[in-house]
Design a protein around this ligand. Structure first.
Ligand code: BGC
Length: 332
């Protein structure tokens, strides 16, 4: 073997080893990017919890996170907010699974559907306590639920619509998702509330996939396909906003009644302008805050009620101004 071949060979081997080291290092970094670290090894904290929402970059969930982080700070908990950037069931389930594998002390998440979430929650709860938040999987073995009574909130929406439209409306429903437990309950409660009203008809129902753009597209299509529709009920935080955009664009604000969900700043703007006539207010900040407290109580062996319902109420323009945070943060 010539000297040149030996040098080239040595360089080749060195280059190979360095690339391997880089791949292992960066591969590990990428894979562990969203993974919580092992609970017991986190120094300076009493506990390590994760909060897994259906969509990280959603203003409603940011309020839940805000409440949870506030409680975490108060009680010395490391709280990680992890999950899909945009609603995605597989990613949501995978994040719960990964959190269990990394041995956190508690998982706070939604129980979106019985089919997909109940079996997973039942498996996880054998190893890590699970509290459902915002959406319950009541048939699962989750340790507790904190959030809105979703059936009641839908019922409230139905009653508000009857009152505001004097019992005369052709309604289109835009719901966040056909399969999610809380969205189904919000629709069911609404249907039951308007059932005995002769003048109220539910004309059609569409799904927004909790996207404001999709809600707007669906509202546009409904107005085209069903000219008789003169009322909308949006069952998740961004639905009312999407519907309101379309109704304003087509200058139908005087002819179309809108009732939505939640009191995000944009919803409050549409409410004060009169485009959205009423909205069902939940308490996301409070849910997050109390979920952390409940998880600590559970771990410390205190009794925690299996179901804790946060407040729900109807908000109309006449009730403004209010803080969009609601509950504890707003000081009531
Ligand atoms: C629901 C959340 C949902 C959000 C979507 C809220 O009304 O309670 O579960 O993720 O709307 O924007």
């Amino acid at each position: 073997m010539s000297r040149l071949t030996v040098v080239a060979y040595t360089f080749g081997v060195l280059f190979f080893l360095v690339s391997c080291a880089f791949s292992v290092f960066y591969g590990y970094k990428v894979m562990s990017h969203d993974l919580p670290e092992e609970g017991n090894e986190i120094k300076g904290y009493n506990y390590h919890f994760v909060l897994v929402p259906e969509e990280l970059d959603n203003d409603y969930w940011r309020l839940v996170e805000k409440g949870a982080q506030e409680a975490a700070k108060e009680y010395g908990v490391l709280l990680e907010y992890v999950g899909p950037k945009q609603a995605n069931i597989d990613e949501h389930l995978k994040t719960i699974e990964m959190s269990m594998a990394s041995k956190v002390d508690g998982i706070i998440t939604q129980g979106l559907s019985d089919e997909q979430f109940t079996p997973l929650i039942n498996r996880v709860v054998e190893r890590v306590p699970v509290i459902t938040i915002d959406t319950d999987a009541s048939n699962s073995n989750r340790m507790a639920y904190i959030g809105t009574d979703n059936y009641y909130s839908g019922y409230l929406a139905g009653k508000a619509l009857i009152e505001d439209t004097k019992g005369q409306a052709n309604v289109a429903i835009i719901t966040g998702s056909f399969y999610a437990n809380h969205q189904q309950l919000r629709v069911q409660g609404f249907r039951d509330a308007v059932m005995s009203e002769q003048g109220i008809k539910i004309i059609t129902m569409e799904e927004s996939e909790i996207s404001r753009v999709r809600a707007a597209e669906k509202a546009y299509q409904i107005l085209k396909d069903y000219p008789e529709v003169n009322a909308f009920y949006g069952t998740s935080a961004l639905d009312g906003i999407g519907i309101a955009q379309v109704v304003e664009k087509y200058k139908k604000t005087d002819q179309v009644y809108i009732i939505g969900f939640d009191n995000l700043p944009e919803t409050l703007d549409y409410l004060s302008k009169g485009t959205i006539k009423a909205t069902i207010v939940q308490e996301p900040y409070e849910m997050g805050y109390r979920a952390v407290q409940m998880m600590i109580d559970l771990i410390e062996g205190k009794t925690v009620p299996p179901v804790v319902h946060t407040n729900t109420r109807v908000l109309r323009a006449a009730d403004l101004p209010v803080s969009h945070l609601g509950g504890r943060e707003a000081g009531y």
